[in-house]
Design a protein around this ligand. Structure first.
Ligand code: ADE
Length: 267
């Protein structure tokens, strides 16, 4: 089944470049995903194909009218479609939502411009998504973020293993990765990674993912049931953090606890 995505926008040119490149570009070229960019003005009102108007009650800026959106959605919707309004007041995008969307057959992403949308537009869509607590000039970049996050989860778009271990997929940030050279500017590579002991590597990576998540995104751990082994790692790291805060640590970077990196002496 090919995932089909229709993007409704007043600035179709904003979408073209990013969808031609890299993983989205390849997935589209290989027919794993179809993305159609539709100009909302096709459903504009009157000779000028107007899509916006001044807000009732006064105030700055223009508001997207409901009729062009309603007509566009009527034209594009079919059984199994999910229409999404990109809006800073929407539900914050998470990896689990991207996964959900990647399993759908037809997504319609509505990208408003102007000061906002007529409130009645919200009743025309199935969900509203925000990509973060900041305001963009319009929904196009947000839609691109959603499309990118979704496309890479479509089976065949990238190696399956990459999406299993990456950040957020298990509710944790990803463990640190290393490649050559073995020493760079005095910084080494953890010995365990060159030990050839796959079990030890897996345990180290999981523990590092837990430690990193505790330090950078403790909110992610609050909603996670820890196994006894995970609890031990987290408790030890928490003790290390407390030690650092009380000032009894020796010169570690803010992110990592003491004593886990391989012993390459800084020259
Ligand atoms: N449109 C403007 N800002 C946005 C945001 N943060 N997320 C989604 N859509 C938006």
């Amino acid at each position: 089944m090919t995932l089909e995505i229709d993007v409704l926008t007043l600035f179709p040119g904003m979408l073209a470049g990013p969808l031609d490149e890299s993983i989205p570009g390849r997935a589209i070229a290989r027919g794993l995903v179809t993305v159609r960019v539709r100009d909302l003005r096709e459903w504009g009102i009157g000779r000028h194909r107007s899509v916006d108007d001044a807000p009732y009650g006064g105030g700055a800026g223009m508001v997207l009218r409901p009729e062009p959106v309603g007509d566009a959605l009527d034209a594009l919707r079919r059984p199994g479609s999910t229409a999404v309004l990109m809006d800073p007041a929407g539900e914050p995008l998470r990896q689990s939502i991207a996964r959900e969307l990647a399993g759908l057959e037809h997504l319609i992403l509505l990208c408003p411009r102007y000061e906002g949308v007529d409130e009645r537009v919200r009743s025309l869509v199935d969900r509203e998504l925000s990509i973060g607590d900041y305001v963009l000039s319009g929904g196009e970049l947000a839609a691109l973020v959603v499309i990118d996050a979704v496309i890479r989860l479509v089976p065949g778009a990238i190696e399956e293993a990459s999406t299993v271990e990456e950040s957020f997929s298990q509710g944790l940030l990803e463990y640190p990765q290393y490649t050559r050279p073995a020493v760079y500017r005095g910084m080494g590579v953890p010995d365990v990674l060159t030990s050839g002991d796959h079990g030890a590597v897996a345990r180290w990576r999981h523990a590092e993912a837990l430690r990193r998540t505790l330090r950078r995104r403790p909110d992610l751990l609050e909603v996670r049931q820890l196994t006894p082994d995970e609890r031990r790692v987290v408790d030890a790291e928490r003790a290390a953090i407390d030690g650092e805060r009380s000032g009894d640590h020796v010169g570690r970077s803010a992110d990592e606890g003491a004593g886990r990196r391989s012993g390459v002496d800084p020259a």
